[in-house]
Design a protein around this ligand. Structure first.
Ligand code: ZN
Length: 229
């Protein structure tokens, strides 16, 4: 499954998961396989065996057609709009890339599905508000984490020194594709920042579960007779 291949959260849309993994959606893949099968069957029906070169060419053509259809389908995304919009301009390059693995934390930064207030509140209902636990912002998203949250200034400075000042999703995707070093730099940011956010989330969960810490502090009683006259 593409969702597992990109180590992402299950809530990522199927199209986005396939796109991140660079694997053609199963329906289009099946169609491409069927196309090659029927072309081979046609040659066999004529009494000969298809030549390996011809089969290879049919496979390439079928994959090309599948990618075209997939690209068309991504023109009107209904979910994961930002991510799909960021990858679409470099679609072929992204899908055909030979390197560039997606870690769990890098996937969180690219999809916004992960340790972010907005996701934890609005999508999985694990938190009551969308606020950022690392600053005063009321909406913690991947973009907030990448571009604004003051808690990650050091990591952000390292990243912009490496890939330039634009940390929007399209710029990030294009930087990642342009060199292996850039890919690693973005991944480093994701690993450092998201692991911090995960640790903070675990702390919040521990505090919420711990009955001793949950108990309200006793109010101090001020006794009038102790007050100076
Ligand atoms: Zn913040």
């Amino acid at each position: 499954m593409a969702t597992r291949a990109v180590r992402g959260y299950r809530t990522i849309s199927r199209d986005a998961a396939c796109l991140l993994a660079g694997s053609v959606p199963w329906d289009l893949d099946a169609r491409a396989l069927a196309d090659v099968y029927w072309r081979s069957a046609e040659v066999r029906a004529g009494g000969s065996n298809p030549l390996p070169d011809a089969v290879r060419r049919w496979r390439d053509e079928a994959r090309d057609r599948a990618l075209e259809l997939w690209e068309e389908r991504l023109l009107e995304p209904r979910v994961s709009v930002d991510l799909i919009g960021a990858i679409r301009p470099v679609f072929r390059e992204w899908v055909d890339r030979k390197k560039g693995a997606l870690s769990f934390r890098l996937t969180q930064v690219l999809t916004g599905h992960g340790c972010f207030g907005r996701y934890l509140c609005e999508i999985v209902g694990r938190e009551e508000t969308t606020r950022c636990h690392h600053c005063d912002d009321e909406r913690d998203t991947a973009a907030h984490t990448l571009t604004a949250c003051p808690s990650w200034t050091r990591q952000r400075a390292a990243l912009t020194a490496a890939i330039g000042p634009d940390l929007s999703l399209p710029a990030l995707v294009s930087a990642m594709l342009s060199s292996e070093q850039n890919w690693r730099d973005v991944e480093k940011f994701a690993e450092e920042v998201i692991s911090n956010k995960e640790e903070a989330e675990r702390d919040r969960e521990r505090r919420a579960l711990d009955p001793l810490r949950r108990r309200r502090p006793r109010r101090r009683v001020i006794r009038n007779d102790n007050l100076p006259p």
